[in-house]
Design a protein around this ligand. Structure first.
Ligand code: RIB
Length: 317
């Protein structure tokens, strides 16, 4: 490794349809929201854009529709200097959509209709073998067909690449994928769901570590749990440690997990240690929650330098 970080993201593009609401409606109820906005999203595309802005040489493998949303996706991703050689288009389904509901605290909940994302097939991964070969780190999420994700991870793993699996949205039966992951990056609710627990169940730090170890037993070297305003927890086979949070005023948490994963991928591809890469990723995640909407809130490398310098100055005071 060395030089410009080469990162390939295999995953989703979704248009984000965002609205603020006091609470979620009950079935049969109509509720007023406010502040509607529409913008690019999808975990894969968000991660690709974030990685590119942070200085990575990024290739995005995904699938969008032949509709207007697909056109928007392509011009946005091109504008972000992302290689789209292996981006597929399908007329068979609409570009994916994410309906994002935001509360006053900036917390989000999301319903995704994956649409065209589900048309990314194993053959499409095989066609992109060259991009995979040329990458240092590959990033995957779970908004595409699991078979396709598994095949991509297996291909990368066979080539000796660093494979990051961001297991979002969470699923339980992932053993087939976990064996090909170097690092797995769930948030707390995803960690619980991967272990068959309900996401609302309260768990302590020790239990969290144990749940991470259950995942490590299936193959990965480490599990990095993103914990929002509580920082991150790194779990290895024989040790674990927390990374402290960076205090910021959160206005919109959407995309923070994506920028965390992108920063982790770029830093690892640049040859940083897991601890340093995860610390940088925490800072990038913190920066992201200070801005509204996903793409406008993703920092560039230069913006992160300024942000980190300001944080250091504050802590030296
Ligand atoms: O991680 C945030 C993303 O998840 C949103 O952009 C939404 O589209 C969903 O895919």
């Amino acid at each position: 490794m060395g030089g410009k970080a080469r990162v390939t993201v295999i995953g989703s593009y979704n248009v984000g349809l965002v609205v603020n609401a006091e609470r979620l409606p009950a079935w049969g109820e109509t509720l007023f929201g406010n502040g509607f906005s529409e913008g690019p999203g999808g975990k894969g595309s968000n991660q690709a854009v974030a990685a590119s802005r942070l200085g990575g040489d990024v290739s995005f493998i995904g699938c969008v529709g032949t509709d207007r949303y697909g056109d928007d996706a392509i011009s946005m991703l091109k504008n972000e200097c992302i290689d789209l050689t292996y981006l597929k288009r399908t007329a068979a389904s609409m570009t994916g959509v994410g309906f994002v509901f935001l509360n006053k605290l900036g917390d989000n909940c999301i319903i995704v209709d994956p649409g065209a994302n589900l048309a990314l097939m194993i053959e499409d991964i095989d066609r992109a073998a060259q991009a995979i070969e040329q990458s240092d780190v590959l990033l995957f999420q779970l908004e595409c067909q699991l078979d396709t994700v598994r095949h991509g991870m297996q291909t990368a793993w066979k080539k000796g690449k660093v494979v990051i699996l961001n297991p979002a949205p969470a699923q339980e039966q992932l053993d087939d994928l976990l064996r090909y992951a170097t690092y797995v990056t769930p948030n707390e609710s995803e960690l619980k769901m991967m272990n068959g627990l309900p996401p609302e169940q309260e768990i302590g730090m020790e239990e969290c570590v144990q749940l991470g170890r259950n995942i490590i037993a299936k193959g990965p070297e480490a599990v990095i749990v993103t914990m929002g305003e509580r920082g991150a927890l790194i779990i290895l086979e024989d040790t674990s440690y927390t990374l402290p949070p960076i205090a910021v005023d959160a206005v919109d948490t959407t995309g923070a997990g994506d920028s965390f994963n992108a920063a982790l991928a770029v830093s690892l591809a640049e040859g940083k240690s897991l601890a340093d890469a995860a610390a940088y990723a925490c800072a990038v995640g913190a920066y992201t929650v200070t801005g509204r909407e996903v793409i406008p809130a993703l920092p560039t490398r230069e913006q992160m330098e300024v942000f980190l310098a300001a944080m250091k100055e504050k802590s030296d005071e």
